[in-house]
Design a protein around this ligand. Structure first.
Ligand code: GDP
Ligand code: MG
Length: 437
């Protein structure tokens, strides 16, 4: 797959102690071949490698200490740019906000309609209504009702009506009358692009004038995905792309080409059949995925930037003398926070992002912890063993948390202290060194 091939390309660089211009050219040729094999459009792949080459020359790759790493970084940056650079938001203006789904049959429109409604309900505090605009198969309406039932979102459907424009307009009317502030209109697709389907969706589009028209595409379909995207974009001028089935063994080529061919951002990805399997699309994370390595390099860089060597040495001494307390714990948390939010950090660890993908992590997962520690007296922070039930109750009250949360923190602290003692051992030395200690 693409990752393996890119890996091979970088191997050429990594294998050589000293890197020559020929190595760079060879690596880039491999990169281009890998992109082409992953169904990236020829011109895009060619432009891509040209840009990386120009940058490599501009940054004097050949004179740096670790040219291989720098090349990986240049390729990663370029991949990120190719996929849109920044995160593209979703437009939630309008009352109700009207969101229209488009795409081929089986691409994942109905599933994604549910995921999006659930996301808007739970993450954006919205009151969504699902509208069943796929009128050809009774099963399609049933499917949307099942989805709505799972997430507790109402579904508007008209079983006898075969006119999707009318249904969509009636659904929006229903939303206005009943206080729904977002509607998600699911539509029918065909197995391939055809005129009848295009006319139908274009008519719905014209009638309801959506704030967001989303094109849903199965990421496993490779270069076909790009052609389909083009056909839909010509008719609908859609606002964003949804890449589904990214949990499968996808080749990644679609994500790379779509943005540059239709010039529309990828907004969300689907990563499973469950309603929770939806993620905002982060171009840099997708680049990591394609490179298949997790962004270890920059994780280490950031760790080194943030961890003050002097502090790390002091900390080691404290751990050795069993003097590690809550003040130090708090300081550690603040260090970690400076490195970025937890989600991003986890995304940088190879393998971890996949293992953690179903775990919900708040951006400010440390808020409670900080509040609890701040409610401790200096003595308690220095000598946590004196914290008894009475003190715990006082701390919980003072920090606006529950005693279970205080207990949990005490446990975490205990584990961390133990782990830190372990890090003093032979294996841990390296880790501490990596962290700048
Ligand atoms: P539609 O015809 O465009 O409405 O597509 P559906 O929503 O009915 O999805 C088609 C099939 O793909 C169903 O079996 C879904 O469960 C499955 N599916 C949809 N999205 C995903 C995804 O992100 N990951 C996986 N693994 N399956 C998906
Ligand atoms: Mg459907």
């Amino acid at each position: 797959n693409l990752s393996d091939k890119l890996d091979k390309a970088f191997h050429i660089l990594k294998g050589h102690g000293k890197i020559t211009e020929i190595n760079v050219a060879e690596t880039l040729k491999e990169v281009r071949r890998a992109l082409l094999d992953a169904d990236v459009n020829f011109k895009i792949a060619k432009d891509f490698t040209t840009r990386v080459k120009d940058k490599a020359i501009g940054e004097n790759v050949l004179t740096t200490l670790q040219p291989g790493q720098l090349m990986v970084k240049l390729v990663k940056d370029e991949l990120t740019e190719l996929m849109g650079g920044d995160v593209a938001g979703i437009n939630l203006s309008g009352n109700p906000t009207v969101i229209l789904m488009s795409g081929l049959q089986g691409s994942g429109k109905t599933t994604f309609s549910g995921k999006l409604a659930n996301y808007l309900k739970t993450k954006k505090n919205k009151k969504p209504l699902l509208i069943a605009g796929d009128v050809y198969r009774p099963a399609a309406i049933d499917q949307l009702h099942v989805v709505g039932g799972q997430i507790g979102v109402e579904v508007y459907s008209e079983r006898e009506n075969k006119n999707p424009v009318e249904i969509a307009l009636n659904g929006i009317k229903h939303a206005k009358a009943n206080g729904f502030n977002v509607v998600v209109v699911d539509t029918a697709g065909r197995l391939a692009v055809d005129e009848e389907m295009m006319t139908e969706i274009a008519n719905v589009h014209k009638a309801i004038n959506p704030q967001e028209t989303l094109f849903v595409v199965d990421s496993m379909t490779g270069q076909d995905a790009v052609n389909t995207a083009k056909a839909f974009n010509d008719r609908l001028n859609f606002d964003g792309v949804i890449l589904t089935k990214l949990d499968g063994d996808t080749r990644g080529g679609a994500a790379l080409s779509i943005k540059s061919v239709v010039n529309k951002p990828i907004k969300f990805v689907g990563t499973g059949e469950k309603m929770e399997a939806i993620d905002v699309f982060y171009p840099s994370r997708m680049a990591d995925r394609i490179l298949g390595m997790g962004d270890v390099v920059s994780l280490v860089e950031r760790a080194q930037e943030q961890f003050d060597e002097e502090e790390a040495r002091k900390l080691q001494k404290k751990i050795a003398k069993n003097e590690f307390g809550f003040d130090d714990f708090l300081q550690q948390i603040q260090q970690v926070k400076k490195m970025g939010n937890m989600k991003d950090l986890i995304g940088m660890i190879p393998g971890a992002s996949k293992a953690m993908k179903d775990v919900e992590i708040e951006d400010d997962a440390f808020k409670h912890i900080e509040a609890i520690i701040q409610s401790m007296t200096p003595k308690e922070r220095k000598k946590p063993s004196i914290i008894d039930v009475k003190r715990k109750n006082r701390i919980a009250k003072g920090s606006g948390t529950k005693i279970e949360q205080v207990n949990q923190l005490m446990k975490q602290f205990d584990q961390m202290s133990k782990m830190m003692k372990m890090m003093q051992g032979p294996g841990g030395k390296q880790l501490m060194k990596m962290m700048g200690g």
